[in-house]
Design a protein around this ligand. Sequence first.
Ligand SMILES: [Zn+2]
Length: 308
Amino acid sequence: MYIIDLHCDVLYKIWESKGVLRFNDSTELDANKVRLKRGQVKVQCFAIFIPPELKSEEKFQAALDQIDYFYSQVLENNSDIVHIKNWEDLAYLQPHEIGAILTLEGVDCIGNDLHKLSILFHLGVRSVGLTWNFANLAADGVWERRGAGLTSFGIEIVKFNNKNKVFTDVSHLSEKGFWDVMDLADFPFASHSNSKAICDHPRNLSDEQAKALLKKSGLIHVVYHPPFVTQNNTAYISDLIRHIDHFCSLGGVKQIGIGSDFDGIETHIVDLENASKHQNLINELLKYYAPDQVKGFAGENFLRHLPN
Ligand SMILES: [Zn+2]
């Protein structure tokens, strides 16, 4: 069953290695090309993530460098990887092809310059999360003690996303920021977040947040990061399924997807160690859910909720 994965940090890892790691087959990459194929990944989102400790004036260049790796390593010489810049293109992917989408995890790199966001959009960015865990000029992240919502600049970014059919990603955003996005965004979603009711972690969504997202036709993509899955030392696929069960109990059966966070996480759920293992989750889900429902979780729910 094919998979659409809304979040991985392959580009960050390649950038961090200064291009030593290779997308096609470096075993250090959880979501290298060989593993994506083995795991039957049909569409992979590639996040641009800039570490907070980098000097502000170096952040935009770092974003461009990660995009350069996306073009030079993911797309070039890989005729079976297709850059998705228009949502309609997803419908034309051939069975042997993988769609690749650029996403942005926090807008720190654009400073206060909307032109820089526009440049990233022209290069292919189709989902924008306002923050990582801390504050920037757009909003506060979930670990920022101030806990503020969107700034005026953050509101401009959401308007930009609405106009350009770009998702506004609420994963990592402060709770107040989340509610601001609910008021403003036409295409909100959570690219990699689990349920707080099942695992009480600040990065997870409360039931009120999950219900608000579902009401706005937003998708929730469950994440494979063990600390967001369970408070036990070891996370199993059955623990992740509890999050899916819970979001379903809130009415989300047609709005749940996958946002693995491969290459952004150092520990893994047992039997979901890298992208070649996605089908282990699918096979387990098929024991409890109808094939059509599982197909929805695996990717079809996403295809039914594209910005338009
Ligand atoms: Zn993240």
